[in-house]
Write a protein that binds this ligand. Sequence first.
Ligand code: NAP
Length: 286
Amino acid sequence: MSKCFLIGYPVAHSLSPAMFRAAFAACGLDWTYEAVPVLPGRVGSALAELRERGALGINVTMPHKEEVLPYLDRLTSRAQAVRAANTLSWMSREEGWEGDNTDWPGLVAALSQAGLPPRGEAVLFGAGGAARAAAFALAEQGLTVTVVNRSLAPGEELASRLRRWRPGEHRFLRWEDPALPGVLEGAVAVVNATPLGMGELRERSPLPAGQRLRPGCLACDLVYHPPETLFLRQAERAGARSVPGLEVLLWQGALAFQRWTDLAAPVEKMRAALYARASGRAEVAK
Ligand code: NAP
């Protein structure tokens, strides 16, 4: 029996166990997936303990995606660029743990399914861990990225790292910049990678009030609790096509499944389990 885990804090309400257990069952694998709460500062010892228990794959979620890096034996180029790992694979006793970032190709898969155009402007709200993965994903797909962030330094740094990685007109704008509404109106994709819309910020959206969007623009919210956010509702009203955060969660999980098992992910089974678990959780939260 192969064992996979999720580490993060908190993880009690994670949707990932339901999604991965459905995937293993659909493929007839007797693999297990368990969420383990790990306090900040305890990631190194947790990795050693889980390895003792026979872990072959570990997902890493907030707040450990950066803290885990020094404990890994090698990183994929994506994890190196984003400076965050969310999928760890045990290679062998000699090779140890490899860290990958499947948030990046997960976003690409979710946007591609919805018909992401091969070029144009994208607006990305946020400059934290999830935003870094999204920024590289959008630039890799040929889009020019405008990063919008509350704090200046991380926003400017992300835009300048993008320019070094994939030369282009990637830039940083403040929320209050008078150029922002026009940039948003011309964007082919708008991605929210802030917690606006979630929990206590449920009534907030990153979009300025009354903002117009390009018809058919893709609006993707990385927030998935609740599954349908104010940002997605506003964007749909403005003529955009919405890509919910659950789709990004699904595809990053499908890519982790493929890495660990070398099998094609049973995406429909994973999606059904994920949405069923998410709607149950949304009911409980009401
Ligand atoms: P993070 O590293 O803590 O970054 C948070 C970002 O949001 C920062 O840019 C921060 O700006 C900004 N922010 C925080 N509070 C804000 C506020 N009140 N107003 C405006 N901006 C604010 O978090 P993260 O890991 O990137 O996660 C961000 C979101 O993405 C979370 O909701 C998370 O659940 C979601 N997520 C979803 C997936 C998925 O698969 N769907 C994957 C990963 C993350 P400052 O720089 O100014 O602090």
